[in-house]
Design a binder for this molecule. Sequence first.
Ligand SMILES: C[S@@+](CC[C@H](N)C(=O)[O-])C[C@H]1O[C@@H](n2cnc3c(N)ncnc32)[C@H](O)[C@@H]1O
Length: 292
Amino acid sequence: MPAVTIAEAVLQAAARLAASDTPRLDAELLLAHSLQKTRTYLLTWPERALTAAQYADFNELVTRRAQGEPVAHLTGHREFWSLPLLVNDSTLIPRPDTEVLVEQALALNLPEHARVLDLGTGTGAIALALKSERPGWVVEATDQSAAAVALAQANARQLELSVRVWQSSWFDAVVDINSYDLIVSNPPYIAADDVHLQQGDVRFEPLSALVADAGGLSDLRNIIEAAPAYLFDGGYLMLEHGWQQGEAVRELLAQNGYQQVHTWRDYGNLDRISQGLYRKPNSGEGGEKCHE
Ligand SMILES: C[S@@+](CC[C@H](N)C(=O)[O-])C[C@H]1O[C@@H](n2cnc3c(N)ncnc32)[C@H](O)[C@@H]1O
């Protein structure tokens, strides 16, 4: 059999992956991974022939992708905020819409040495994106899952970004009260009976990263209620949530005394990120202020 070229291999695989939303992209990412090259290499050398071993390796990945496995799990990588992150099945594969949270956090007028906490950091996506843009910020991150903590630590190491990551169920192992200029989180927020849990990549992600009680609101509520004790006077809480949860999250923020409550929309124009600013009731009597 004549050797298969890069261009032919991509075309064949894209046809086998027709059920994916992005068949050609998936095929290119998997072939680039098999060959240990970039996608640019594939476009530059379409007539290069694959060895039999490369072709077999690639076809096995395409078969697994056709059976539903996420491309990021097959390659072990996903790009977030232009950072190449290691991913695995211990936590969520970072999503593009979460970059809206990063954009809005960067748009806050925070001091040069702001202290920032990312709860439920997963791969470390949000924390590492913030640290990469604001080297002066002291960024810390936690996750309940020991495997996710190890993954975020590995990402911080490989990207040479100084972010401390430790294991904690929300604030349980966060010791510094009145300390943070900004707390961010993309917690689990999908209701247990949501039909989307049976579709696409989420079938391969752990429920511990996806599902929350009370119709998906229980973790958001826990964080909103507990965060004021850990924020400086005038500190911000910024949360990702489901597109139908904007009103409920704004209500929870207002009920818990946050001010300047606002929701930002994602790239699909859906409610996605809500924030509030917290002023300590007794701030005139020693409540600590943000870093100057
Ligand atoms: C939706 S994922 C978000 C991951 C990452 N921040 C991102 O945006 O890609 C939610 C994360 O929260 C973590 N998590 C779930 N319950 C938690 C809890 N009680 N305390 C801390 N983290 C928790 C999960 O392990 C998971 O990594």
